[in-house]
Ligand binder design. Structure first.
Ligand code: PDD
Length: 281
């Protein structure tokens, strides 16, 4: 079951007019919210980021936070899996094609749910392969925009090279992955790029830094050079669907020992423990 503009219906029945500005211009924003044991994880933070994205594209929020919470709850109830990934999408609505904003048009609101499958044990034991790529996106990567063509091309480039993620660099500093945030471990310190306009402020990124602080992992939030990434002892990627995943090969070379390292092990365990404590609460 999906949600479209106020109604729940089977996915096959959902229809969008071809003049929707999401279809024509990619004029909209989205969120992906993980749901564990039927409870949305860090919902307030996801809704705050949705507001930031809507502000960034100058679109009024079509629902209050309590309305979003209610609809998300109903969508979760209408779908079977205990663990779900809720996809929420708002566009500027349907109007005659003209780049400038239309007046008096209702935004399109769409939500769907997919089963949430965390990384397999095999992935966590062996790690994943990444390639480096030039970050050729725009300068507002802090907006979770549905216009994802650069991200799509970058991740396809990674897949074509036999990898699962592209690690992006802008003028030789690390920004993020094509669909994830990236952390490096260097000289026993966890390094995270600063939350600026060059990266999406990941909800999982925040959780990882909170966990690092609480379990006593030294960390620094600062610009990270490509050289530091290439010589890191560990690399991690984080996202709502991939949680904390180790990267063990970059551009054909092993990262550190070529196996998931101790910082990954600690953060992954802390993340699992944190998730279950939140779900029990
Ligand atoms: N993507 N950076 C980019 C470019 C992303 O697309 C994502 C997540 C993240 C991680 O953010 P978070 O921890 O809040 O999921 C960082 C989602 C999962 C997607 O597009 O499917």
């Amino acid at each position: 079951m999906i949600y479209l503009n106020g109604a729940f219906m089977p996915l096959e029945e959902a229809r969008i007019p071809v003049l929707d500005r999401g279809f024509i211009f990619g004029d909209g924003v989205y969120e992906v919210i993980p749901v564990y044991s039927r409870k949305p994880f860090r919902l307030d933070e996801h809704l705050a980021r949705l507001q930031h994205s809507l502000d960034g594209i100058m679109l009024d929020n079509p629902r209050s936070n309590s309305e979003w919470t209610e609809i998300i709850g109903e969508l979760i109830d209408a779908n079977e899996p205990e663990d779900q990934s809720v996809y929420l999408h708002v566009t500027r609505g349907v109007a005659k094609r003209d780049h400038a904003f239309p007046k008096g048009v209702k935004p399109t609101v769409f939500m769907m749910s997919n089963p949430l499958v965390p990384p397999s044990r095999e992935t966590l034991e062996s790690g994943v392969i990444a390639v480096s790529a030039v970050d050729n996106r725009w300068l507002r990567c802090d907006i979770k925009a549905i216009s994802l063509l650069p991200n799509v091309l970058l991740r396809q480039g990674a897949v074509d090279a036999g990898a699962v993620e592209a690690i992006l660099f802008r003028e030789d500093f690390l920004t993020e992955g094509a669909a994830s945030n990236i952390f490096a471990v260097k000289d026993e310190t966890l390094l995270a790029p600063p939350k600026d306009n060059f990266m999406l402020p990941g909800i999982t990124y925040d959780v990882v830094l909170e966990l690092a602080a609480s379990i006593g992992i030294p960390f620094e939030v600062r610009r990270i050079s490509k050289e530091e990434v290439l010589s890191a002892s560990e690399l991690l990627l984080t996202s709502s669907t991939k949680e904390v995943t180790p990267i063990t090969q970059l551009d054909g070379k092993p990262v550190g020992s070529g196996k998931p390292g101790p910082y990954f092990a600690k953060l992954h365990a802390a993340y699992q423990e944190f998730k279950s404590s939140v779900m029990r609460a």
